[in-house]
Ligand binder design. Structure first.
Ligand code: UGA
Length: 437
């Protein structure tokens, strides 16, 4: 049985380590953050991800899974998965590769002969070939492969154990065979296996995220047109989605995409394409990015259309801070960005989120937060529904009507039941649905 290491224990690495252990492998997770490692060794996941804490506890108890801050503890591993972050650089569109570079160099020094280092982080195309050369200079007994990860936050465990495909960028049969052994339990369930060269494997990941971002911005552009022409984007999305060539998923119009992946990945793709002399090929992503950011502005315009330009002294209730439901991640969260912009215009903004209040407060301490929906909506001039948590769909509009100052709700995610709110006497507004209500 192979022994595996996972370098970097954030969303991707912590999930990958626990999931690979559950497949029966001995796994050691490595991270430089001592607090994170101490927490993981106690079975505590430092972020919210459904089912992960249970899996982690189960795997620690099995004795197969351990976490350490010492990369040398991973010296006897056959496969080293690099799962560190590649955030956007502060002063450019490009990705910060310092964590990937540092991990590769650290592992290269301790890896045993015949082992394979496998990059899972999202990197600009060409990174793997460069790292491969650097690896050869430090340790020519070890190979580098690239195996992009497609997991979604909120479904991380499910997506890791039941991926819809496995893509491996390799330069030798040996590396492919080692990876086939590592994923054997998944391959037995007929998961499609795609062998590629290093640049193609890197590109698959950014191409997939660019496509998803494009789909969301496409429907948000249609929402703008619906607003101008008096149409309803939810009906339009449903109707075009029945065409199997289009498909109905990722056509939810609203305040757009955020998180730690889609926004920074399309920007890094533009930056890299320019370096490659192929700027024009992904120039459309610039428009995808602007449509996405415009959706946030349109939400604020809807607020102003309802309560007037002067937001000073108005109470705005915000439901949702996370970038999407079932996650406490607030990185580039459209919901939190909108809340902060409205606050900056002088309104009193009170924010509710079932899981993300602590990370949201760390990023935007100027906003007011409450764990009680009643507190948040109490005496509100308008309610904004910005992250589509299930509990918000279960709210009783009749009951809330007695708490607010004005019964006005703006659905930024097109996820609420409009008829229900209208029946209870609310003014209901939503992005891309200009039909009178
Ligand atoms: C995304 C991809 O979906 C994963 O396949 C990929 O592995 C991951 O990035 C990554 O690169 O690591 P994730 O960031 O977890 O996953 O979130 P998504 O489910 O893709 O949602 C992204 C954003 O788009 C969210 O803010 C969501 O609210 C928004 N969205 C999604 C819409 O506005 N409309 C939709 O129809 C779908």
């Amino acid at each position: 049985m192979l022994k595996l290491s996972v370098i970097g224990t954030g969303y991707l690495g912590a999930t990958h380590a626990a999931a690979m252990s559950s497949l029966g492998f001995e796994v050691i997770g490595v991270d430089t953050d001592e607090t994170k490692i101490a927490q993981l060794n106690l079975g505590k996941v430092p972020f919210f991800e459904p089912n992960l804490e249970e899996l982690l506890t189960q795997e620690l108890a099995s004795g197969r899974l351990k976490f350490t801050t010492e990369v040398s503890d991973a010296a006897d591993c056959d496969v080293h998965f690099i799962c560190v972050g590649t955030p956007q650089l502060k002063d450019s569109l490009a990705a910060d590769l310092s964590y990937v570079n540092a991990s590769l160099h650290a592992v290269a020094k301790i890896a045993k002969a015949g082992s394979v280092i496998v990059g899972k982080s999202t990197v600009p195309v060409g990174t793997a070939e460069r790292l491969s050369k650097e690896l050869q200079a430090i340790n020519n007994q070890v190979e580098l492969a690239w195996n992009p990860e497609f997991l979604r936050e909120g479904f991380a465990v499910e997506d890791t154990l039941r991926p819809n495909r496995l893509v491996v960028g390799v330069t030798s049969d040996h590396a492919e065979n080692v990876l086939r052994q590592a994923y054997k339990p998944l391959l037995e369930n007929n998961v499609p296996w795609i062998r590629a060269d290093l640049p193609t494997a890197e590109l698959v990941k950014v191409a997939a995220n660019s496509f998803l971002a494009t789909k969301i911005s496409f429907i948000n552009a249609m929402a703008e047109i619906c607003e101008a022409a008096g149409g309803d984007v939810t009906v339009l999305a449903q109707a075009i989605g029945y065409d199997p060539r289009i498909g109905s998923r990722f056509l939810q119009a609203g305040i757009g995409f955020g998180g730690g992946c889609l926004p920074k990945d399309i920007r890094a793709f533009m930056a890299r394409s320019e370096e490659l002399g192929a700027k024009q090929s992904v120039e459309f992503l610039r428009e995808i990015d602007s449509i996405n950011l415009r959706a946030r502005q349109r939400m604020i315009d809807l607020v102003r259309a309802d309560i007037g330009n002067d937001l000073k002294g108005k109470k705005i209730a915000v439901l949702g801070a996370a970038f999407k439901p079932d996650s406490d991640d607030v990185r580039d969260s459209p919901a939190l960005d909108i809340a902060a912009q409205i606050h900056a215009s002088g309104a009193l903004v009170m924010v509710h989120d079932p899981k993300a209040i602590i990370p949201a407060r760390a990023r935007h301490p100027e906003l007011t937060y409450s764990e009680s929906i009643e507190d948040v909506v109490n005496a509100a001039d308008v309610i904004l529904h910005l992250t589509e948590w299930k509990i918000y769909r279960e709210l009783d509009p009749q009951l809330l009507k007695g708490l607010v100052k004005h019964p006005v709700i703006i659905d930024g995610r097109n996820a609420l039941n409009r008829e229900l709110w209208l029946k209870a006497g609310w003014k209901f507004r939503a992005l891309g649905r200009s039909s009178a209500s």
